[in-house]
Design a protein. Sequence first.
Length: 363
Amino acid sequence: MIKHKDHFHGSDLEKIEEIYGIKKEEIISFSANVNPLGISPLLKDALAEKIDVITTYPDREYTSLRKCIAAYCQTEYENVIVGNGSTELISLFIQIEHPKKALVIGPTYSEYEREISLGGGATLYYPLKESNNFQLNLEDFLPHLNESIDLLVICNPNNPTSTSIRKKDMRHILDACKQHDIYVMVDETYVEFADDMEELSAVPLTNYYNNVIILRGTSKFFAAPGLRLGYAITGNRDLIKSINTRKNPWTINSLAVAAGEAMFEDMEYIRRTKALISSERAKLFQQLQKHPDFKVYKPDGNFMLARILRDDLTSQDLFDRAIREKMMIRDCSTFPFLDNKYIRFCFMKPEDNERLLSCLMRS
């Protein structure tokens, strides 16, 4: 095995190519959590037909795009704000709220802590417990909310655990946060993959709570990370005004606007994606649940977290084994509260998933 200390993100295929000598085009990335169907056919057609839009500036208000997003999310377009990927919106929101102390439910995506730190704030973590299968224990969690906290960050479904908080429980959290004057940022990057999305998404709650902002993007479900199109939904119009005042004009280019207006209306693509992920998620969970080498946690997203039960096997060992067979999984040892016994992989096409299972389950 190659001895190195690199831990790879799903987009680090160039590093993989350099270290392992495998052409990046030959690697199936089970680490990037991107829709295996590729981009929407309507999106392909729209970009081909509307290439000339790059000769003009986009509408500064992005009204048409926001109306498409609002229809897709079943909200009012005045509640929608768009940005250059959800990362820009996270950054802008942190800059405006300027939290001195944030509470993050972890293990989770590292960008939240990074942005809070850049804003001069401190991050505390509330750890999801393996003994509870990484499900949030609401009764234990709520007492951790108090006046010393300015911001609560929740990824739902959570990355890397793929576990979720139901909308009814989210209401209890928002109520407690309202009581203590805590703003809540909910990252719903993976919610569209869930079988029971309507029971998970907090978007309807923005009609009743002004202390919550929902973040989403097009990188994962719509397989368009290079498009850099993200959006946020909040019922707090003052916050939207503050973000619009601070953010640069035209952060979304004309092609991304045309793409967004097309992809959110591709109902057949959305249906096919949900059906594929639902089927493969159930199949892989069932098969690995029976295997003595792994403990898997019931996933709601398009990826699954697995704990390695064998003493003689680490996450680095499995990463190395998979990459030599031109498949890239995520070694989760860099996530807080996890160690070198955890891996994460997303659900790809059936034939690719079978290859990965064969690799992972080999003695």
